[in-house]
Design a protein around this ligand. Structure first.
Ligand code: GSH
Length: 103
């Protein structure tokens, strides 16, 4: 598994921490979306990080990636609780708070 992204990107950090939480082995490849490689648009037409490559499968968007991790590695630590309210709060915690919450 390769995670393309930037340490400055909260969405990349979300994916990296989710992979670590689930014990997924990965390589981290630095990708600056503001100084991207030539194949960036092929990897993600929206030209944003993070992006993962899992064999011949490429996927962008942190929420899509975390959902993929959960389904692909279903027998590891769950990222999302089964209880609906807990699940809603977890999604908020993972997505919005690191990005939008004031200090
Ligand atoms: N919804 C996306 C948002 C990704 C995103 O906005 N990434 C930023 C870095 S934090 C980016 O690549 N920005 C480049 C740009 O907007 O040109 C996700 O959850 O992965």
């Amino acid at each position: 598994m390769i995670i393309h992204g930037s340490a400055l990107s909260p969405f990349t950090r979300k994916v990296v921490l989710s992979a670590m939480e689930k014990g997924i082995a990965f390589e981290s490849h630095d990708l600056n979306p503001y100084a991207p490689p030539d194949n960036f648009k092929t990897m993600n037409p929206l030209k944003r990080v993070p992006i993962i490559q899992d064999g011949d499968f490429t996927l962008a968007d942190s929420s899509a990636i975390c959902g993929y991790f959960e389904a692909r590695y279903a027998d590891t630590q769950a990222l999302f609780p089964k209880e609906p309210r807990d699940q809603g709060v977890r999604v908020l915690d993972m997505h919005d708070l690191p990005v939008k919450a004031p200090p």
